[in-house]
Design a binder for this molecule. Structure first.
Ligand SMILES: [Zn+2]
Length: 304
């Protein structure tokens, strides 16, 4: 499942094709993805200029000139690709020679049977959403109703946002009876972190995934401990590095595989069971265990 850095990478990859450009035609090739499309889905998109393409947690949010916001979630297997030239039902309508439907930036999505949504932009690009498993979804919401939107209302602070700091994290964890790992996966505590990056964060903060979440707060006052500060700092480092790696992968991928996936090379502990710990001077061995149904990778020697 894509995590926040991957979604942010997709956002940056789509920005040139979508931002400031009008949706000339929109296609929904099925009645539903994870949820049915709204009845007026196409009507609210066509003719609208995308004034901005933002992100909240793992949602892409396209602001439309009408005052609507198009919310898009990649689910488990969703991906976007950008085709040069305008393509309708497989035929190139406009575009330079060579702008054939076969020239994909993201060959992963070449199984056209799973192309479920297409936006034909005035930029000349066709933005195609492909999702074999169909856990992804799209929903249009009036901007002034975003606060009441159930999909968004339970989300905690953005981990890279200005308001998220050690004090806020400590307060959210102070009365929790769960493990630190479970707390960081709780979208109400902080939005957009998934299993992989939580493993990475705890590794860099040298904290055990089994540690009680409440130990990030001083008892009674709920002031942040030094551990809380380490966790916030590690969250910033891990996410920013992954986004940076993703950003450089956008241009690479256009030349090669095109898959906007995970950036494995940047993982220090995830999926490294049995390998020597990368913490300088530690010498421990990375272990794996199942925690809340998910694989946790950690170094028992330097994560306390
Ligand atoms: Zn270690």
């Amino acid at each position: 499942m894509p995590e926040l850095p991957e979604v942010e990478t997709v956002r940056r990859g789509l920005q040139p094709a979508m931002e400031g450009s009008k949706i000339l035609k929109a296609e929904a090739r099925r009645k539903d993805l994870r949820f049915p499309f709204q009845k007026d889905f196409i009507a609210r998109l066509e003719g609208q200029v995308v004034t901005g393409l933002g992100r909240r947690a793992k949602y892409l949010m396209a602001d439309l000139a009408s005052g609507d916001v198009l919310l898009m979630h990649l689910g488990m297997s969703g991906s976007f690709r950008v085709l040069e030239g305008q393509v309708l039902e497989g035929k190139v309508l406009e575009g330079k020679a060579g702008d054939t439907p076969g020239q994909f930036h993201h060959p992963r999505s070449e199984d056209r049977a799973h192309d479920h949504v297409v936006f034909h932009m005035s930029s000349g690009a066709a933005v195609v959403f492909n999702d074999p498993r169909r856990f992804g979804y799209m929903k249009i919401i009036a901007r002034n109703a975003l606060e009441d939107e159930p999909l968004l209302s339970g989300l905690g602070p953005e981990p890279l946002g200005n308001e998220f700091d050690a004090a806020m994290l400590a307060k959210a964890c102070a009365n929790k009876k769960t493990s630190l790992k479970a707390a960081l996966l709780d979208q109400r505590v902080v939005a957009g972190l998934g299993n992989i990056y939580v493993c990475e964060v705890l590794f860099r903060a040298h904290l055990s995934p089994r540690r009680l979440a409440a130990t990030l707060a001083v008892k009674k006052t709920a002031e942040p401990t030094d551990h809380a500060k380490c966790v916030v700092s590690a969250i910033h480092t891990v996410l920013n590095q992954a986004i940076k790696a993703g950003g450089s992968s956008i241009s690479d991928h256009r030349l090669t595989s095109g898959e906007l996936g995970y950036f494995q090379h940047s993982f220090r502990v995830y999926d490294r069971e049995g390998e020597t710990c990368q913490t300088a001077g530690c010498g421990g061995i990375v272990r794996r265990f199942v925690q809340n149904g998910r694989s946790t990778f950690w170094c028992p020697k330097c994560q306390k």
